[in-house]
Write a protein that binds this ligand. Structure first.
Ligand code: PSV
Ligand code: MN
Length: 386
């Protein structure tokens, strides 16, 4: 197989998971701008996600967030997804929107609050059993705002204890993905602030615990691709929450702020053998002012473009330049791939997959946007509950 044919074959196997919450209303702490046609139920979110998959061909699963996507019958929700050609993906826990969690959840100083948080996580595993989801994605807003507010070490012990209980509950084929974020909503200490802390906990827990890299959760200037390379090398990269940031946790469309960074990340994924179903490529975004479904299609395409460029890096030429100490040539090999216009290649890939080569134009023509505005009248639009 030629290198181009191999790249095309790999691109056809790509899977980008879209987040249920990206289809609902969202905003900042200042204002949530409601949009017309937004889903009222998790079922309607899946209907929208199915459109993203229909036109991109590479978005076959949808992540749920509990309780935002709470339903009485999760098996029925999974069936609804399958009837529309998608499946339910990661179950995201939420221990950050209850009054009880003011001082934290799993790290809270009081045992009763920790119990409540761990029970929620265990319930998320029950939901995974019902939906067939394999990944439990954990992000903790836990932390402190003031020096002395709580015992930093004690909070780590509580975290380890709670995680261990949930880890024990995981069934065969289920895993726990631990996400880190350096600040917000806590401003002084965060209990899982960085990949090192997440990695240390996952290492102790065992093989079913892995780290999630949310691209928006780093201090400016952090070399995210280095983290990716390191975690992959250690067998501890569980997946990504893709999005873009200019300043903090902006949750903008992946590849919008820094497509070069996304390429560098995807290059390390490919280089490290991480372009496999064992690494979950998920979006974690909010579309506050732009139309949601087209924004999600655009995001999926941005991931595809970065992946295509990463797959086109001439590995042999790069290795030769690196071994020969030819700094400029090595850099040029990487930049050649980055500067390749991969859009014609991706159009071909889509045509070979039986898809329209232009997903956004095809979506706009299909009339779904008008239909949901006309049909989704009344009821309570879905939102992220803040
Ligand atoms: C936290 O900022 C986070 O990235 C976590 O993944 C949450 O579950 C998600 O955002 C909610 O949007
Ligand atoms: Mn995230």
């Amino acid at each position: 197989m030629t290198e181009l044919a191999a790249a095309k074959a790999a691109l056809k196997t790509q899977a980008v998971e879209t987040p249920s919450w990206a289809y609902g209303n969202s905003g900042t702490r200042f204002k949530v701008f409601a949009q017309e046609g937004v889903p009222r139920t998790p079922f309607e979110k899946l209907d929208d996600a199915a459109k993203v998959h229909e036109f991109t061909g590479v978005a076959p699963t949808v992540a749920l967030h509990i309780p935002w996507d709470e339903v009485d019958d999760y098996a029925a929700l999974a069936k609804h997804a399958e009837q529309r050609g998608v499946k339910l993906g990661a179950i995201n826990s939420n221990t950050f929107q209850d009054d009880a969690y003011k001082l934290g959840s799993i790290c809270h100083p009081e045992a009763s609050v920790r119990r409540k948080a761990v029970d929620h996580l265990l319930e998320c595993v029950d939901i995974m059993d019902a939906t067939g989801s394999t990944d439990l994605k954990l992000w903790f807003a836990d932390g402190t705002n003031y020096p002395g507010q709580d015992d930093i070490r004690g909070r780590q012990d509580r975290l380890a204890e709670g995680l261990a209980e949930v880890y024990e509950r995981l069934g065969d084929g289920q895993r726990m993905l631990l996400e880190y974020k350096f600040f917000e909503p806590a401003f002084y200490t965060t209990d899982v602030p960085d990949w090192g802390t997440a990695y240390a906990h996952c290492l102790k827990l065992g093989p079913k615990a892995q780290v999630v890299v949310d691209t928006g959760h780093h201090a400016p200037g952090t070399n995210i691709e280095f983290i990716v390379a390191t975690l992959l090398r250690e067998g501890k990269l569980g997946g990504f929450d893709f999005n873009s940031r200019f300043y903090a946790d902006d949750d903008l469309m992946v590849g919008a702020a820094d497509p070069f960074q996304l390429f560098r990340i995807m290059y390390e994924v490919v280089r490290g053998g991480g372009f496999t179903p064992e690494v979950a490529f998920m979006l974690d975004q909010c579309h506050n002012i732009e139309a949601k479904i087209p924004a999600i299609i655009r995001s999926v395409m941005n991931v595809q473009e970065a992946t295509a460029k990463a797959l086109l890096v001439d590995g042999k030429a790069l290795e030769a330049a690196q071994r020969g100490g030819d700094v400029l040539e090595a850099n040029a090999v990487l930049m050649d791939a980055y500067n390749t216009d991969v859009r014609p290649l991706l159009r071909e890939v889509r045509e070979e997959m039986g898809l329209d080569p232009e997903p956004l134009a095809a979506y706009r023509r299909c009339g779904w946007a008008e239909r949901i505005v006309a049909e989704r009248v009344g009821g309570q639009q879905a939102g992220w509950g803040a």
